[in-house]
Design a protein around this ligand. Sequence first.
Ligand code: TXA
Ligand code: MG
Length: 352
Amino acid sequence: MKTLILHTENNNEKEISIQKAANILKEGGIVAFPTETVYGLGANALNEEAIKKIYIAKGRPSDNPLIVHISDINMIHTITEYIPPKYDALIKAFWPGPLTLIFKKNDKIPDIVTAGLDTVAVRMPDNAIALELINKAGFPVAAPSANISGKPSPTKGEHVIQDLMGKVDAILLGEDCKVGLESTVLDLLSGQPTILRPGGVSKEAIEKAIGEKVLDNSLHNVGDKQIASSPGMKYTHYAPKVPVIVFIGSLDNMIHGIQTMKEIKEKEGLRVGILATEETKAFYSGCIYSVGSREKIETVAGSLFHVLRSFDKEDIDIILSESFTTEGMGLAIMNRIIKSAGYQVMDVGGET
Ligand code: TXA
Ligand code: MG
């Protein structure tokens, strides 16, 4: 398939590109586009045939439902009959933005979008190109992250080109995604508010907006030695080509643990990559990537997926990764790192 690359660097070009992308969506095609979280791969959420193309291009299992994107709050009425009153405060506080809410779906949304569920995930992205694209299309746009299933989500146009060139109708390029991790998926339909996936809006911020405690099980397996010692458990989310081990504990213990493990692995003849931070990179030698500053956790969110993808270009056999606080954005960061490691965690002790 020929993939059209659409540029948006200057204003004139931008208008034309977005209009072309919208036309492709109207004709039932699939288009990758930037959002504030990660790039999405969009299709008309009301067109079953178009949605099928998304699953094929990504190699996505058909039991994993898609997020539907809107550009205007009125668009939600094409998706659901009912907005639970509890959602008002969240919509007011976080839309447009990286919060996805679960609604009861109506009959217009094909089952393929929701993988047969009677609920549908919806968000309004905080990105001018995305909003204009959806607005010009005139219908809600279903879009998973624009990566090959299992790989780290794309936060730069070049990541999308790497993964989807020749597999989609067009790639609409924009600036790098400013959040860098996907949206938080929140369910308020079934009893206590529950985070189904941590992301760009923190648990603390949600609790503040609704004045209620929010449940979250996304780090359920952290430090669980049973699982850490069971490498047979295959998780293929956000995964670089080589295995990842995450070190959890105090900063000093983490650095020491990684240095020691690096020596052991090198004695075994393996080449080691290290995922470090600005504060710690000087303690290591060899193939080191700094993912950002511990003092500015949003910098870590912003470059995590790029760093995970960068390791694929290195001549290494294993990646040893530092860990982060689970407060604020740290929860989503740790969720992604632990999944990229297939839950291979080394607890080196001490307060994190
Ligand atoms: O930031 C984002 O959310 C990005 C951008 C493109 O908007 N999209 C994204 O989509 O990350 P995707 O498909 O990679 O992840 C969608 C997540 C999955 O964890 C899926 O299981 C969940 O949302 N999801 C979708 N519909 C759901 C539903 N009805 N109930 C529960 N979870 C749902
Ligand atoms: Mg995804």
